[in-house]
Design a protein around this ligand. Structure first.
Ligand SMILES: CC(C)(COP(=O)(O)OP(=O)(O)OC[C@H]1O[C@@H](n2cnc3c(N)ncnc32)[C@H](O)[C@@H]1OP(=O)(O)O)[C@@H](O)C(=O)NCCC(=O)NCCS
Length: 178
């Protein structure tokens, strides 16, 4: 599949139903997220409101990757409004299981880093990643994110495995990509 056939844009309320199905699939197929599939109970109407709020919040966004009009990736960020921390934003991203390893997450992240680089008040991007999420850590390291800390044994899987939560961050205006 050529990377050019992937279209990146901001989600709109019209995407709510498809986005809902996409998120459900991601929760059902990945344990590297905090939410378990049975905990995701967002109906499409609530998803619509959630997207509408992202669209009007100048510090937040929900970006989707589309292949032939099908949602194959997503990145959303959230930002605390309080003055002392409003220069920091946090994001989460995912790619449809059938479309991984094709540069889609990298494309979403590049788009997001560019948005933050040009943003009037956002300066720092943070993320949380499970210590056993090798592909995500590989992606973030390649994009220039640095490890800032560890929340020890913060994640417990249903089968009893316990893993650390790694905190990583990047300052887009100080970061030079190779
Ligand atoms: C993590 C995830 C978003 C990566 O998406 P993706 O589209 O497959 O990633 P890309 O194809 O853009 O990969 C970009 C870089 O990430 C790294 N990477 C991706 N998959 C990797 C793997 N299996 N092992 C090691 N590094 C990997 C590589 O550095 C890769 O660059 P390269 O292709 O030049 O080697 C995807 O696997 C996913 O959705 N996982 C489930 C949800 C999740 O874990 N989200 C992150 C929560 S923190």
């Amino acid at each position: 599949m050529s990377r050019e056939s992937i279209h990146i844009r901001e989600a709109t309320p019209k995407d709510a139903k498809a986005l809902n199905a996409y998120i459900r699939l991601i929760f059902e197929t990945s344990e590297h997220l905090i939410t378990s599939p049975e905990e995701f109970r967002q109906p499409p109407w609530k998803q619509r409101m959630w997207i509408a709020r992202k669209n009007t919040n100048t510090n937040e966004t929900c970006i989707i990757a589309l292949k032939d009009d099908k949602i194959v990736g997503m990145l959303d960020n959230w930002t605390d409004r309080r003055k002392r921390v409003k220069h920091v934003t946090t994001f989460a991203t995912s790619v449809h299981p059938d479309y991984r390893g094709q540069g889609i997450a990298r494309k979403l992240l590049n788009e997001f880093i560019d948005l933050v680089r040009l943003h009037p008040t956002l300066e720092k991007i943070e993320l949380h990643v499970h210590a056993d999420n090798i592909s995500a850590i590989g992606l973030y390291e390649k994009m220039g994110f640095l490890r800032e800390g560890i929340r020890s044994r913060a994640i417990k899987y249903q089968d009893g495995r316990v893993v650390d939560d790694i905190l990583m961050a990047i300052w887009p205006n100080e970061h030079k990509q190779d």
